[in-house]
Design a protein around this ligand. Structure first.
Ligand code: AHG
Ligand code: MN
Ligand code: MN
Length: 334
């Protein structure tokens, strides 16, 4: 089947001609984002090969989070480092899979953070997984790279996005002026613009949460979900649908595509931990996308984008998506 004729803008052309609040995208940022997209193209082909190239299963190692690394976690991390480290505009990068940031040879001041492979538990069962990225600007360009350079709130992000490796490989991106989506043409290797001005509907009848943790949740989250489950016979007076893919990338992609909310809240299994998901390379980039699409994102008490991190691998409670539902959750937490 031929592509519709309207689908002809590739990612490079988009970056060259788009304006962010009236200004062109800086050449250095274009260079970096193109390198990320190129690497995700490569990764998408590797992901699709799976067992054929010995890619499934555990790597037999652990990361700084104390999680078992899958082979693909390590491969994706190495590919991304290789793909971006020669970017002249890059000062350093940080990853879920590395304890410390990595300085690079670039002379620029961009900082890249990524979750190289999100949804690790889904790799071996052939369910959608992805890559999440966030771009910050180093505040003191000339000083040697330090972990503290990365510890900026989500409001400092100049770009953020994800690539979901599903039936299609699709990238969502924000440069701070709305959200756009591109789908990878696997023959030409180009990401083609498929949607602009992505908007999350303010109301929804769909929620996503790992229900098996219900008994551990805090009261406001339990109340919210119980009311959804009560449907037309309860407070909400409407029936809700539930989804849980267990890859944040795929769950958030659904929220951006047809509305809904996604939650991975604090729970009492490990009460000292603010949550499971990581602020800097999971929650912040997703929150930037969601806010730019007219949705909202909170840890219950504060907007996630306003949180000032104190650690690179800081965790956070996450509730994001359709605005009316997030407002309700914030109200329940007040
Ligand atoms: P990662 O694979 O990068 O460690 O992230 C997995 C995260 C997130 O993608 C997903 O929403 C969540 O873990 C799933 O957790 P459960 O298995 O507890 O449902
Ligand atoms: Mn992840
Ligand atoms: Mn990961």
């Amino acid at each position: 089947m031929n592509a519709p004729t309207s689908l002809k803008t590739n990612f490079k052309q988009y970056l060259e001609k788009t304006k962010v609040k009236g200004a062109a995208v800086p050449a250095g940022l274009q260079e970096l984002l193109l390198a990320v997209a190129d690497t995700c193209n490569t990764l998408s082909h590797e992901v699709a090969q799976g067992a054929l190239i010995g890619l499934l299963g555990s790597a037999g190692t652990g990361n700084v989070q104390g999680e078992v690394q899958q082979k693909l976690d390590v491969i994706a991390n190495d590919l991304l480092i290789d793909g971006v480290q020669t970017c002249k505009s890059l000062a350093g990068l940080a990853s879920e899979e590395m304890e410390l940031p990595l300085p690079v040879q670039g002379i620029g001041d961009y900082l890249l953070l990524f979750d190289p492979l999100d949804g690790s538990s889904n790799i071996d069962v052939n369910v959608s997984i992805g890559t999440i990225f966030s771009v910050l600007k180093k505040q003191e360009p000339k000083a040697p790279l330090q972990t503290s350079d990365f510890l900026l709130s989500g409001r400092h992000q100049v770009a953020a996005g994800y690539v979901v490796y599903g039936p299609q490989t699709t990238m969502a991106l924000t440069l701070g002026d709305g959200v756009v989506m591109f789908t990878l043409n696997k023959v030409t290797g180009e990401f083609i613009l498929i949607k602009h001005a992505v908007e999350i509907s303010h109301s929804t009848k769909e929620f996503a949460i790992n229900m098996s943790n219900m008994r551990h949740w805090a009261e406001p989250v339990r109340r919210y979900v119980e009311e959804c489950l009560a449907g037309t016979s309860g407070e909400r007076d409407k029936d809700f649908n539930m989804r849980w893919i267990a890859s944040m990338v795929a769950d958030v992609h659904r929220v951006l595509s047809r509305g809904g909310i996604f939650m991975y809240p604090w729970d009492q299994r490990e009460p000292h931990k603010p949550g499971k998901l990581r602020l800097m390379y999971e929650a912040n980039p997703m929150s930037f996308l969601v806010e730019q699409a007219g949705g909202a994102s909170t840890n219950g008490k504060e907007l996630i984008m306003d949180l000032v991190p104190t650690e690179l691998h800081e965790r956070v409670s996450v509730m994001l998506g359709s605005k009316e539902e997030i407002d309700r959750l914030r109200h329940y937490h007040a």
